[in-house]
Design a protein around this ligand. Structure first.
Ligand SMILES: Nc1ncnc2c1ncn2[C@@H]1O[C@H](COP(=O)(O)OP(=O)(O)O)[C@@H](O)[C@H]1O
Ligand SMILES: N[C@@H](CCC(=O)OP(=O)(O)O)C(=O)O
Length: 372
């Protein structure tokens, strides 16, 4: 597996409890998942919000302050506490951490920009996990990033990251804010950020987050222009960041078909293979393939087009003819015609291999540009 350089951005909304204070439990969940990524040999740069959340209660603010002075004071107290929490958590995995605080002016000043690059490179070279936040306590209002989304995109470009994972409290980009519109539909994959998308994105859905989806889209657009692939979404569990890399994340992938395809087999499937036929599948199979990362079973196949043998690559489309992805079949067109619509046990008994999966998920790649 290719070793990737990954920027992980964690927003305030993902690190706080309902009262808006830093949640050690949530923070520990992310550190476990980051430690797993590192164990697999990937380099990680963490951009973490949470300084204001960690600091405000110590200053006896009843809730997260809204004034600039209040936020700057809370961040001054909270940044140390945030780093302490990360350092303790990462030390359990034997990972050394280093703090870098940046403002926008560091990026516009060439020598500071170069210094930031040198420091980050040296930290990565030494195996240290850099943890970056905006320098909230000194950043002048007009100079601030406002939220850490843009900061994460610029850092991704600065250190030539392969991908940027923007982790937040919502599992991807929807065609309107799902916190206010229950019928909002999610985008599974986007090849670019269009003006339409920007119109659909709203502000933050919580009192702790800043910028909402709007600022994430702006950041994603910048990251793409700097050659960095982007994932926006959520995750839970010790290996969810590894899952995101493997294309199984709960969110929206931007800039590359099928997610962060690592293995050359899937790259070949997505970009180079020539389809020999076509399978049309129903909505249940579509959700299983695109949303749940499952294999394609005969029950969901409604039509088979073309003549092909086992091992051929086929395009998979929904009943409206929308291309969903490509996969390598485990049986011939004739066999699939015979078992389509059948339960897995009935189908397995009819195939040469006694296998029911028509396309195993390891031989499948999403190339859907559609909302699901
Ligand atoms: N089109 C949209 N799709 C998804 N989320 C949206 C959309 N428009 C607005 N949002 C809001 O953006 C929020 C995430 O942004 P934000 O609160 O700033 O998080 P963070 O603290 O992680 O930066 C979501 O909780 C959601 O309410
Ligand atoms: N730099 C601030 C975070 C600003 C903010 O809320 O950003 P985000 O959660 O990314 O929308 C902090 O550490 O509290």
């Amino acid at each position: 597996m290719k070793k990737e350089r990954i920027v992980v951005k964690i927003g305030s909304s993902s690190l706080t409890n309902p009262g808006g204070e830093l949640s050690r439990e949530k923070l520990n969940g992310y550190t476990t998942a980051i430690a797993e990524l590192r164990k697999a040999g990937h380099q990680v740069i963490l951009i973490s919000s949470g300084a204001v959340a960690a600091g405000f209660s110590g200053l006896k603010y009843p809730s997260r302050p809204v004034t600039v002075a209040g936020k700057q004071a809370a961040a001054a107290v909270g940044q140390g506490l945030l780093m302490q929490a990360y350092t303790e958590a990462f030390n359990q995995y034997g990972i050394e951490t280093g703090q870098i605080l940046l403002t926008r002016s560091n990026f516009s000043n060439k020598s500071q920009y170069q210094n930031a690059y040198s420091t980050l490179s040296e930290l990565l070279h030494r195996g240290v996990l850099p943890i970056i936040n905006e320098n909230d306590s000194i950043a002048v209002d007009e100079l601030t990033f406002g939220d850490n989304d843009m900061l994460s995109a610029l850092v991704g470009g600065l250190i030539h990251a392969d991908c940027l994972m923007i982790l937040t409290d919502i599992n991807g980009i929807y065609d309107s804010n799902p916190k206010t519109n229950p019928d909002a539909k999610r985008y599974h994959f986007l090849s670019e950020i269009t003006p339409d998308l920007n119109d659909q994105a709203g502000e933050s859905g919580s009192s702790v987050g800043t910028g909402g989806m709007k600022s994430k889209l702006e950041a994603a657009d910048t990251a793409l222009s700097l050659g960095v692939r982007v994932f926006i979404g959520t995750g839970d569990g010790p290996v969810f960041l590894t899952d995101i890399l493997a294309g199984k994340g709960d969110g929206t992938y931007i800039g590359f078909p099928g997610g962060f395809i690592l293995n050359s087999k899937k790259q070949w499937l997505a970009l180079h293979s020539l389809p020999a036929g076509e399978l049309i599948i129903d909505s249940g199979a579509k959700t299983a393939l695109l949303d749940k990362g499952k294999s394609l079973l005969p029950a969901g196949i409604t039509k088979v087009h073309g003549t092909f043998e086992s091992g051929a690559v086929v395009e998979v489309k929904d009943t409206k003819g929308q291309l969903l992805g490509k996969g390598q079949v485990n049986m011939s067109a004739e066999e699939i015609k015979e078992i389509r619509g059948k339960s897995s046990s009935d189908a397995a008994a009819l195939t040469v291999t006694n296998r029911a999966e028509v396309i195993h998920r390891d031989e499948w790649v999403n190339i859907s540009k559609e909302r699901i």
